[in-house]
Each structure stands twice: as structure tokens, then as C-alpha cells.
Design a protein around this ligand. Sequence first.
Ligand code: TXA
Ligand code: MG
Length: 326
Amino acid sequence: MTAAITTDPALAARILAGGGVVGVPTETVYGLAAHAEYPDAVHRIFTIKGRPSGHPLIVHGADAGVLDRYAEAVPDEVRRLGDAFWPGPLTLIVPRSGRVPDVVTGGRGTVGLRVPDHALTLRVLELLDAGVAAPSANLFGRTSPTTAAHVQHDLGDAIDLVLDGGTCAIGVESTILDMSDGDPVILRTGGIQAEQIEAVIGRAVARTARGPARAPGMLEVHYSPSARVLLADADGLADTLAALGAAARPVVVIAPRHVVADGATPILRPRGPRSEDFAHDLYGLLRDADAAGAATIVVVPPTGKGIAIAVRDRLRRAAAAGASAH
Ligand code: TXA
Ligand code: MG
């Protein structure tokens, strides 16, 4: 059985208002949404995903008013960041207000807030007149969904509805910026780069904090397909393939257009040559490789800066699962 699917934001808003759980499109990946102020509904998200309760959820709002409702003592530079990048792929970690239930943040004093850039979901949020708590709509530790069909495939009839907003425009999760503790720190890379943030707030941003205290849920092993993932650079691809034993086969390669393999191994390609194309297709291609029966997926990540940094981060974590986890 799979969940019902719709393109009607009013239906999605009604189900959320009634305490339901709905897969919703954003510009990054699909989220699994519940009314942010209904603890029982939010609790269902953790059960459905198999997600540990200590991993806090992002609250999504229709506009920068999300700061007034769900954050406390919002500094001017946080407002400036919202004005500059929302709607868009930036999550701001700020001290939470009393309207955020403990279940959303795992009892932490901070909350992640963002305004997603997708017309259908913005309409849902307007109609609901409240925020939704929403992690990515995948099973815990696995590849994020970038189409409604991915959500249906992963979560089946455990959820009440999927709102179909097409394929996600960006394809990797939002940049997470911790603004709660003096010095700004990027906890997760994404579509908004540190340089862009620095240009708005006029001070330095630290490029990634590690460890559970500052970044709960940012696990070293994450975003994994069923097959084992190996990374190779363009020049080393043929050697990597040649070195794989029988137990590692069948193999599927994911690589940009200019990369050639050994002529025998099937290759899946992003839709175009840019890092943005790789990000857009990343999770879909990993799922396609799984569906093709791959035991091993060898990926040649994009080089360079910008969104390529986030793509390499996700692939490194997907590869960290190694043979042992599968
Ligand atoms: O693009 C995205 O951000 C997507 C879409 C659906 O909006 N959402 C998403 O949510 O990726 P999720 O739950 O898969 O990842 C959110 C991460 C958590 O793993 C956690 O590390 C971090 O956000 N996070 C959330 N609230 C936090 C907080 N209060 N303090 C520190 N980290 C937090
Ligand atoms: Mg996730």
C-alpha cells in the first residue's frame, strides 16, 4: 500500500490541521511534515522514520514571521539573513520560543527555522497559518527523497498523504547555520555558501562544527543507498573498477559526462555538466543504481566550490557506511 497523492495544497493543509503527517515538496528535498505545535503529530514523524528522538527537526514557515513565532530574542543579523535568503535553502538555528514543543527539538533550547522555496508548500503553510516540523521524508540514515514517488516508495502507507510538487529544484538539503551561540557556524553545507552569509552579516562564519553537542543528528554515516558506495576521482576510476572483486559486482558508476570508465560498466550521468546538475540528480541516481541491482556504486563526485561542496559531503557520508553496514 502507498499513501494517497495530491497536488491540492488545501487538502494537505486540512490533513495537517487535523494532526496528520504529510510528505511535502521543497526546493531541497521532500519533507515529512506535521503541525509544529502538535506534539503527538510530531511524535509520529519519529516513529515513521525510525529516527532517534534526540535528533531535532527543522520548523518550516510561510515567511520570516516564523522567527517571531518560534524564536526568542532574534538579533538583527538573523533577520537580515532571513530577508536575504528566504524563501530558500538556509536553516537558521536560534533560541526557541515557548510555542515549540520539546519533541521538535529533542528538549534543546534552540530550534532550526527555514522558509522553503516551493509554491505549493508555501501555500500549505499560509492556509495552515502555522509552522510545520519536517525532516527529510526518508527512512532514518537513508537517501533523501527528491520526488513524490520516492516518498511513497520509502514510507508507504505509514503517512497520510503526499503533496506532489514535482522534482526538487536543488536536490540536496539546506545549509544549516547555527546563530544561537555567538560565533556563527555552518553545521551542514548546502545551497547557500559561507561567503554569501558573510557578505550579509559582515563577519566570519566557521565552516563546519563536528560533534553531537553542536550538531545533533549530523552523523558520519548517512544518506546511504542499499548498495555499498565507493568514491573515485576521474583519473582513478578505471583502476578502482579493475580492483573490485566478484563479491562487489554488479557495479554501477555515477559520473559527470566528461568521465569515461572501462567501457563495460554501466554509467549513470547527471542531466548536465554543472555541479548544480549533479546536486539535482544525486539522490535519484543513487536510487536508480539500487533499483538496477548494483552491489557497489562507484561515484566520481563533482570538483570545485559552491553546491559541489555539499554533494561531496553527502557522498562522503554515504560512502562511510562501507561494506559492514550492508
Ligand atoms: O533542506 C532541508 O533542510 C530538509 C527540507 C525538508 O527542509 N530538511 C532536512 O531535515 O534535511 P533533516 O531532519 O533531515 O535534517 C535536519 C538536521 C538535523 O539532522 C540536525 O542535525 C539539524 O538539522 N538540526 C535541527 N534542529 C537543530 C538544532 N536545534 N540544533 C542543531 N541542529 C539542528
Ligand atoms: Mg535527513
